[in-house]
Design a protein around this ligand. Sequence first.
Ligand SMILES: Cc1cc2nc3c(=O)[nH]c(=O)nc-3n(C[C@H](O)[C@H](O)[C@H](O)COP(=O)(O)O)c2cc1C
Length: 397
Amino acid sequence: MDSGNSLVSKADLSIEIPPFLSTAFLHAAHIFFPPTIFSLILPLTDSAESPISPFAMHELPFKPDAPWLAPLAGYSDLPFRMLCRSFGAACCVTEMVSAKGLVYGGHGTARLLTSDAGDAPLVVQLFGSEPAIFDRAMPLLLERGFTHFDLNCGCSVRKVTKGGSGSALMAKPALLLAIVEVMLRHAGPGRVGVKLRLGSAPGEKNYLDMGQRLADLGAGWLALHPRTARQLFGGAADWSAIGTLARAVSIPVLASGDLFTAETAARCLAETGCAGVMFARGALIDPMIFQRLKDILAGRESAQRTPESLAATTSLHIELARNLDGTPRALRALRAFLPRYAKGFSGIRALRQAFLQCGSWEELEDTAGRIAGLCEDAAPDDESDGPDVSDLADLSD
Ligand SMILES: Cc1cc2nc3c(=O)[nH]c(=O)nc-3n(C[C@H](O)[C@H](O)[C@H](O)COP(=O)(O)O)c2cc1C
């Protein structure tokens, strides 16, 4: 089902352009979300459909060696998605988008939906709690060319749950189903997925019942983060529930939860029999995790995490963010984010300070180049060798 970057073949381009470079090219002049971007893409397509949607050409991949990038509020923006795609992410999910924000033109919603032709296949994740709002939001998304959608039933941050959205929907099965029914009516069968938690609290685990009812309704896939809403990110993800759900429903189930390394993901796939995995915090720590999983499953040796490879990854992220976004906000966000890539290497503490002081894209690029000079065999001067996820868990879901 993995259709790859079919826009390029549809477009009948005779030159091979890596997806992220073609994207960077298209955005060099700060071209933003449709209709502008589509008007640029339109002359390249041979489809007779109108309006022509590049996203519509992609079906979604559900295979062990087709790892997804999970929805990550504050992180899974267009540049990061393109970075992950360049390392083998087979499908990406946007940051969560408020259905209400879409309908009322909320501040920041347009930015969350910035995408382009190389950014496919793509799933737009929505959150909300009112079927009537989804009824108005869905046509807006379809008009803009998006074809696949996900309902967020996993986010446990107060800001989201206090309005009855995110994981609060796990406690209201009828409402959850009503929203998905509306989404499916607009998008079509199989084009809507749902990201679930186990349930609201330990005694209220209803993921299995919900999963079966969603499959019956026509949902295309399910993703399960196997913790209860009350757990937030505490304790271990209960992968056994992923296996239970995967065996119980006829639609693909994607695993999410504590997949910090490719080896862990391979183990999760083997233990649960799920269709595929979604990397979340694991991708924020190491965007090459997608390729590593593919390597493991193909019996290949995976590339080492060296200062040079980390410097290259960091530079690529900067280039993508500069070309695809380029705002001072994006620059500020990267200053704090980028040192995470080189965590555990000796010298990173000083470099972290240097990143924080960068006032321009050029300074950011120069500082990224210094990662190659970090020492990998000396004792790390960081707090720990383990994945740095504690701050991330506080941010969302
Ligand atoms: C910073 C951050 C932001 C997240 N944002 C979202 C989101 O917008 N929507 C969602 O469904 N889950 C969100 N999640 C949850 C992840 O998609 C994922 O299910 C969770 O982190 C468990 O996977 P992991 O343990 O491998 O990180 C977020 C998690 C983190 C850490």
